[in-house]
Write a protein that binds this ligand. Structure first.
Ligand code: FAD
Length: 530
């Protein structure tokens, strides 16, 4: 196979022309092409024109000749994931994984695939029960503390846009995407520049993954919260589940996500080494999707092949704070993502079609550990809780979120009525003044950032855009220290802190990759179970 880059199709040219274009690019007859596979499809929207640009892996009758003649063409790199070699130590107990987010699920999958029959413990519910619980919260304002947007099968990202982009470069990313396709995601995620699958498809994928783990001899237990860790002589010995059951375990993958604050407290009490970590807080901002399409695609906006446009904006403020948009959801909705009583937390999600009226994104300002005002390892959690509970009060003590129009926010006056943008957040929003639930430095940075970002994306600071507070869970406020090589906690052997909650991932793909790596550590050390 050879890799041919920069093959272009205009917006109105059909994909069926690709073969002809490849042949033209490498100066051969189309008949010499045996087969081809798109490796990457991206959109080039520069210079007042929009085209699709492809990298393609092509099988030819005479590859040697083309490689010799055309210096820009190279052999396709090998992308397949190589299984690690099993170790020869004997496992005393089945490996246990705490949490079924992407980190825990992928650790579970790889261990199950290799014959280690893992046991997965999840405090939340299976995805169908969880969907009903989440719906109940969004429609009725009744929060289930163990089954919500943060907790349950599939983890925090199940109710999400399902963006599968990452900045990490790791061959395992490909394995993750391939598994997603095996379990029901569309093939296009293998080549799209910015792949996404949406909440509707994610729910199917996580359910199929769980079934595969079970079919391979693994077990998945919902409603099973790990409430204590039994540690002896610096080694994990057992876990307590729901305060009433003990499970003996010597290899435990800890994939609890960033919202398991009660579990963080238990880990801290048990002396597991944790340190503070910077993160970001801010709001969700909602615009009409049409405005974003127009700004990004100009006269081509609403072209059927383009779909809903996205954006990513960053700015360094005069006070040296980074402000940026994060987890942008084209054609999506803002969601209530609290997991504790009397707190308001926002986030965003979309379906695969991304066809809702509004676009939303987090607008976040960097928070440093000095801002926590305390050197306790969990001071970042207290900091998050402070703003989440202020937002709850400001929203009217009923899980409505406080909201303000951008025009009013910039003029420092409370919002009294909505303009042209109808906020999508459920159970609802209360118009107010957001500065009462955000630190001063965040408010100042946002005022400056909104104006600057509007210069890059016209309409970003439109006066009717709605800001909904508060977004506090973009990443973990702690890091659970682990050994770089073994991935075990630095002071508890057999405990592998992984994923977003332990401070080693930020997003679905990087969490999943961390999960695979942890699974590999166990495989390399031990023999499979019979
Ligand atoms: P989590 O997914 O948080 O999973 C942790 C799991 O552990 C949870 O299911 C929890 O119930 C369980 N657990 C916690 N404590 C215990 C315990 N004591 N016992 C048993 N189980 C426990 N990322 C993207 O890349 N793309 C997106 O589009 C995207 N959108 C998002 C939208 C929303 C609304 C949210 C909330 C997040 C989004 N993210 C997105 C972030 C992404 O979901 C996370 O980065 C990712 O899920 C982290 O994976 P994880 O496995 O480390 O942790």
């Amino acid at each position: 196979m050879i890799r041919v880059n920069e093959v272009k199709l205009s917006l109105d040219e059909d994909i069926s022309l690709l073969k002809e274009k490849i042949a033209k690019k490498i100066k051969i007859h189309p008949k010499e092409i045996i087969s081809y596979k798109i490796f990457r499809e991206s959109i080039d929207a520069r210079r007042n024109n929009i085209s699709f640009v492809y990298s393609v892996d092509v099988e030819l009758k005479n590859e040697e000749k083309v490689l010799r003649k055309n210096k820009q063409v190279k052999e396709s790199p090998k992308l397949s994931y190589e299984d690690v070699i099993e170790g020869n130590e004997k496992l005393i107990h089945r490996p246990v994984i705490i949490g079924t987010g992407p980190a825990g699920m992928f650790a579970g999958l790889i261990l199950a695939q290799r014959g280690y029959r893992p046991i997965l413990l999840e405090r939340g519910q299976d995805v169908d029960t969880r969907s009903k619980d989440v719906e109940n919260f969004w429609k009725m304002g009744k929060l289930n503390l163990e089954s919500n947007v943060q907790f349950g099968e599939g983890g925090a990202g199940t109710f999400s846009d399902g963006k599968l982009t990452t900045r990490i470069k790791d061959i395992r990313c490909r394995k993750v995407l391939n598994e997603f396709v095996n379990f029901g995601a569309p093939e296009e995620i293998l080549y799209a520049q910015k792949p996404h699958i949406g909440t509707d498809i994610l729910k199917i994928v996580v359910k199929n993954m769980r079934k595969a783990i079970e079919d391979l001899g693994g077990e998945v237990h919902f409603g099973s919260k790990v409430t204590d860790f039994c540690i002896e002589n610096g080694k994990i010995k057992a876990l307590e589940v729901n305060k009433n059951t003990k499970i003996e375990a010597t290899e435990v993958i800890l994939a609890i996500g960033h919202s398991a604050r009660d579990t963080y407290e238990v880990l801290h009490e048990k002396g597991i080494q944790i340190r503070q970590k910077p993160f970001s807080i801010g709001v969700r901002i909602e615009h009409p999707q049409k405005i974003i399409n127009k700004s990004q695609y100009k006269q081509f906006a609403e072209h059927p092949r383009l779909g809903a446009a996205d954006y990513r904006l960053t700015y360094q403020s005069k006070n040296q704070r980074a402000i940026y948009t994060f987890c942008m959801c084209p054609g999506g909705v803002v969601v209530a993502a609290a997991s504790e009583e009397n707190m308001v937390v926002t986030n965003g999600m979309s379906e695969y079609a991304r066809n809702k009226e509004n676009a939303n994104s987090a607008l976040l300002v960097q928070v440093n550990t000095e801002d926590f005002g305390d050197d306790h390892p969990l001071a970042g959690v207290r900091f998050q809780r402070k703003w989440e509970s202020l937002a709850f009060k400001l929203g009217g003590n009923n899980y409505f979120a406080p909201a303000q129009l951008v025009g009013d926010f910039l003029k420092d006056r409370p919002s009294k009525e909505l303009g042209s943008v109808k906020p999508s957040y459920l159970p609802g929003v209360k118009l107010t003044r957001l500065k009462e639930c955000l630190p001063d430095f965040v408010v100042e940075t946002m005022k400056e950032g909104l104006i600057e970002m509007d210069k890059k994306l016209k309409g970003f600071a439109m006066k009717d855009a709605v800001m909904i507070g508060v977004e506090t869970r973009s990443s973990a406020p702690i890091r659970i220290e682990r050994d770089q090589n073994t991935m075990e906690s630095v002071n508890v052997k057999g405990l592998y802190p992984i994923g977003e909650g332990a401070g080693y991932a930020g997003g679905i793909i990087s969490a999943a990759v961390d999960g695979i790596k942890a699974g590999e550590r166990i495989i390399k050390k031990y023999m499979p179970l019979l």
